[in-house]
Every structure is written in C-alpha cells, then in structure tokens.
Design a binder for this molecule. Structure first.
Ligand code: FAD
Length: 545
C-alpha cells in the first residue's frame, strides 16, 4: 500500500542517529502544538509519545474550544481574553474540526449565576473574547428558555442565555497537529517511552527512550528537551531531580455517553448542579455526552476510568435538570475519564484551581510545561518556542511564529465552505449506499480529506457500504495517520469507542484482518491487539463491574 508516512523503523532510526534542536516528550495537544510551532520556525524537532498520540488528557476532555465562562466566575479576565481570541484562531485553522456550537445556559431563581449577573457576565465575556456581533449572547425569557429546551425542569427557571462556543474532537485535533509537524520535517513517533535523560556535564542533552513495541532502548539527542507530558510532568521532573517549588494537582473528569434518543437535548447546554458546579450535555450525532466531574486523583494515570460514584453523580445531576428522561446506568453505553494537570495551590479545592499554564525551567535545562487548556495549546506552544529561541537559538535566522495562519490538513477557508462541502458530498455518499447523516461525521473528522476517503470507499471489495466506509477510513489512517495499534484506530482516529460502540462491534471483525495485513502482524500480535481493544471497551464500561 502506498503510504505518506515513512515506515516506523525509519523514523526510529532517525531518532537514534540524528541530533535535534529540540526533543519533545509527550504527544498530547501541548507537545503536538510545540512540535508544529518549533518545526515551522525552522528548528529540527523530535517528538516521542509513550502510548499513542492524544492517549492522555487530549482525548478525554469535554471537547470544547471555549472561552472559559467559568474563568469569568473566578475573575480571571486575562485568561478569558486570551482563550477567547484563541478559539477564533483555532476555528480558522480547521473550520471543519472546530465548529461553532451555540450553548444554552438555563438560569434559575435561587441558584447559580442569576439572570442579571449572567446577562452582564456574558456581555463582558463576548467583549473580552471579541465575539462577532451576530454571535453575541442572547438573553431568553422563562417562556423562551423552556420552549428552547422542553426537557428542562421548568419550575424555578427564571430565563436563559444562548452564547457562542466551539466544539471539536480533541484527539483528531492533536493528530492533525502531529501530521502537520511531521510534514514540516519533525520526526515524530508514538509508542516510544522516555525512561530517563542524557546529560552532558550538568545539562540535559537528550532522552533515554524505549520502543513500546519491541522494547529496544536508545537515545534521542537534542540541544534542549521539553517535558510536555501533561499529568506525568512531575514524574519526568522527578527523574530529572528537579521537582521543586510548584507541583501538579491532578483532578479527574468523567464523561458519560448515552444514546441521543435517551437524552434528546436540542442543543448543547451548560447547567447548574446542586453542589454549585456546572456540567455540560452535548449532542453529537447518534449520542449525547454529559460531563464532567472534578475530583482529586491519586491512582494509576494510565488507567483512569469512571466509577459507580462518578456515574451516579452525573446521572443524578442530569435527571434533576431533565426529570422526564430518568437515565439509569443501563443507558450509559460508553464513557471516558481524563486527568487535569493543574498547578497545586494551597487551600484550594479541585474546582477552584486555576487552569492557567506555567513553564518550569530546571537548573539542568529541562523545560516543563503544565496546566493550561486544549483551547490555549497554540499560545502555550508559542511561549515555549519563544523561550527556547531566546535561550538557545538567538543567533540562528529563524522564522517568526506562524501557527496562527497554518491551516491543518483538510481545512477549508471557512465554515460556509464546510457546509457547502457537506451538501455536495452528501449526494456522492448516498450513491455509495451510505446513510446521509454519516457524512456530517466524516466531514467533522476529516474536512476536505473526506473526499479522499470516499474515493477509497469506492475501491473496497466488501458488499456492505458501512463496512466499506470503515475499511476506507482504516486505509486512510494507515496511509496518513501513523497507527501502530488497533486501539489507535478505534479510539483516537475515528472516536468509535466513545461515540459509536455499535458500529465498532459491527466492523471490528473485518478491521482486524485488514490491519494485520497492512501492518504485517502475526497471529500472536493480532490476538494481543484484540485483547487490548477488549480491555479498552471494558474500561469504558468499568463502572458496571
Ligand atoms: P496530555 O494530553 O495528557 O498529553 C501528555 C502525553 O504525554 C500523554 O499522551 C502521555 O502518554 C505522554 N507521556 C507521559 N509520560 C511520557 C513519557 N515518559 N514518555 C513519552 N510520553 C509520555 N480543555 C479545553 O480547552 N476544553 C475542554 O473542553 C476541556 N475539557 C476538559 C475536560 C476534562 C475532563 C479534562 C481532564 C480536561 C479538559 N480540558 C479541556 C483540558 C485539556 O484537555 C488539557 O489541558 C490538555 O488536553 C492537556 O494536554 P497535554 O498535552 O498537556 O497532556
């Protein structure tokens, strides 16, 4: 098969043989953003990720590119302003993947923000975030709010507000950043674990790494090393004997997935829960997801899952707001749980901690970045790369930061073009025997790359159009998206494990033999891959055990 990715063996060889300007540890959105920024300025970049790209928090968020209304509540005006303008930029970079999503905020008589405070707050929010006049907040009366969302419990509703946010697919955003960085010349590899550091005198000059597939150890040498490992940042700082001063405070956030018909909200909604927190219910195609929790976490970082308590909390909150739906744990068809890598602040609870990012520099030169948001990834990357250049490469003739105008693969010029493409491809889609609404899903994930996938659909020999589509997606992923394990495809390239378990169950039988043939697996490896997928499916339903 023709592939646009160099073979993994070649990538690993380059990692071992070349000396880089920057070695980045961690292939979440933070590391991916830094790799793209640094490579586009002309630096020689290596990035290693111990699991798959976006394995950590960057595939387990609420998937909003948002201005952060909660920061306004915490009076973090500068943060609201920065993430507000960033979300508009990130939307432009990939208008298919970061899509406008109007949010409904119900307001109550005696709890939450209150009608007038919300009205003023949202006005300030729009102003700080530079929201276009047509998208600015609209206040609703009690009657309009209930009409907008008839599922809401009406009795103490005072009114509501509609305001602008953006929805994304966090894992795909991360993968697209990685792909773009690789196009710029960055050498990137998943399933390569940083086990320690290489030192030249007292200074860090590289990473000791281990291939997660073969177990082979090697070294990645670089002038500077960036630790962008999210929840694992302190582990790497400890390895570097530099965990001093501020440290991470991990909190867990859970999301539950129910079939859309069990929670048929008409639009995304952000509602109060009795303990004073707020949670989202977000419709996405055939499902609605609800989240999130915010509890301190001290467990295994590679196996984070929703417990029965998490499920009860979210379902109780949802049922209290939409009493007629009466959700039970049996309605939950999938879930995900992620860790917020927040900076500890003495005396503050999980929900009160700031989401601001911070850069730590160790005496040995290791640069660690923690905190922050998916939404702010580009600005965080810019700050890190500016620092690297100031400290190490000032004498080089490097380009200025250009990530604010670097479109990601599949990006069209604007959202109107995305809608037009959807209408155009819907016709081809139906001719191929596919369901009309699947095209929206395909365009959201791939943008203009969906055209290539449809061409691949036509070439599949299977009978069933749905199977043909899955095989085409697989071929595209193998050719362009650096998949190493089956879970990479089912979880982070297509989102099937979270958003369409029935489809996953339907197509897995045909996907495994194809994957085995594309990636040259023997029988034992194929069994191992099937077991890993099974374990991931069990983890998504862990609370039932
Ligand atoms: P990660 O995505 O965790 O990436 C770190 C990577 O480092 C991991 O993939 C890990 O495998 C790898 N790694 C660790 N150790 C090593 C090693 N030794 N060697 C090699 N690799 C290693 N933000 C928003 O803007 N919008 C939202 O809607 C939103 N919702 C959220 C909801 C929840 C529940 C949570 C938990 C967070 C949410 N966030 C949101 C925040 C956002 O998701 C995170 O800030 C962001 O994803 C962090 O990315 P990261 O790259 O720093 O960390």
């Amino acid at each position: 098969m023709k592939t646009n990715n160099p073979p993994r063996s070649q990538v690993l060889e380059r990692l071992e043989k070349e000396t880089f300007d920057v070695a980045i540890i961690g292939g979440g959105v933070t590391g991916a953003g830094i790799a793209l920024d640094a490579s586009s300025r002309g630096l020689r970049v290596a990035l290693i990720e111990m699991q798959d790209f976006a394995f950590g928090t960057s595939s387990r968020s609420t998937k909003l590119i948002h201005g952060g209304l909660r920061y306004l509540k915490q009076l973090e005006f500068a943060l609201v302003k920065e993430v507000g303008s960033e979300r508009a930029i990130v939307h432009q970079l990939a208008p298919h993947l970061v899509v406008p999503e109007k949010m409904l905020l119900p307001l109550y008589e005696k709890r939450g923000l209150g009608y007038w405070l919300a009205s003023i707050g949202l006005k300030i929010y729009d102003w700080l975030a530079g929201v276009k006049p047509e998208d600015q907040r609209r206040m609703l009366t009690r009657f309009q709010t209930i009409k907008h969302e008839p599922l809401l419990k009406p009795h103490d509703i005072r009114g509501g507000a509609i305001y602008a946010e953006y929805r994304t697919d966090d894992a795909r955003l991360t993968i697209e950043l990685i792909k773009k960085a690789a196009r710029n010349g960055a050498v990137v590899a998943n399933y390569v674990h940083a086990m320690g550091f290489v030192y030249e005198g007292e200074k860090v000059s590289g990473v000791i790494s281990r291939d997660g597939i073969t177990g082979q150890e090697s070294r990645v040498l670089a002038s500077c090393v960036v630790n962008a490992t999210g929840p694992w940042v302190d582990e790497l700082r400890t390895m570097n004997s530099s965990r001093k001063g501020k440290f991470l405070h991990l909190t867990k956030g859970v999301h539950l997935v129910v079939p859309y018909h069990r929670l048929p909200v008409r639009q995304a909604i952000y509602f109060d829960v009795p303990d004073g927190r707020m949670i989202f219910a977000i419709p996405r195609g055939r499902i609605t997801y609800v989240g999130t929790t915010d509890t301190d976490y001290h467990g295994d970082k590679e196996n984070v899952c929703a417990t029965q308590d998490d499920v009860r909390y979210l379902l109780d909150a949802t049922n209290a707001t939409f009493p007629s739906v009466g959700l039970t744990p049996a309605d939950v068809e999938s879930s995900w749980a992620g860790l917020r890598p927040l900076i500890h602040e003495e005396g503050k609870s999980a929900s009160e901690l700031s989401r601001k990012d911070e850069i730590f520099q160790s005496d040995s030169g290791l640069i660690s970045i923690a905190g922050g948001k998916l939404t702010g990834y580009r600005k965080m990357a810019e700050r890190v790369v500016d620092l690297l250049i100031r400290e190490h490469f000032e004498d080089r003739d490097l380009s200025p930061c250009s990530t604010h105008k670097t479109k990601l693969a599949g990006a069209l010029n604007n959202y109107e073009e995305v809608t037009a493409l959807r209408s155009r491809l819907a016709v081809d889609y139906q001719k191929l025997g596919l369901k009309g609404d699947d095209i929206a899903y395909l365009i959201h994930l791939y943008g203009a790359q969906a055209t290539e996938i449809l061409t691949l659909v036509e070439r599949q020999r299977a009978q069933d159009p749905e199977i043909k589509l899955a095989l085409a997606q697989l071929e595209f992923s193998v050719q362009n998206e650096m998949i190493v394990r089956a879970v990479d495809f089912f979880v982070r390239r297509t989102g099937m494990l979270f958003f369409d378990l029935p489809r996953l169950r339907m197509v897995q039988e045909v996907i495994f033999p194809e994957l085995a043939s594309h990636l040259g697996w023997n029988e034992a490896r194929r069994r191992e891959e099937e077991e890993l997928l099974h374990a991931a499916m069990q983890q998504a339903l862990h609370f039932r055990e």
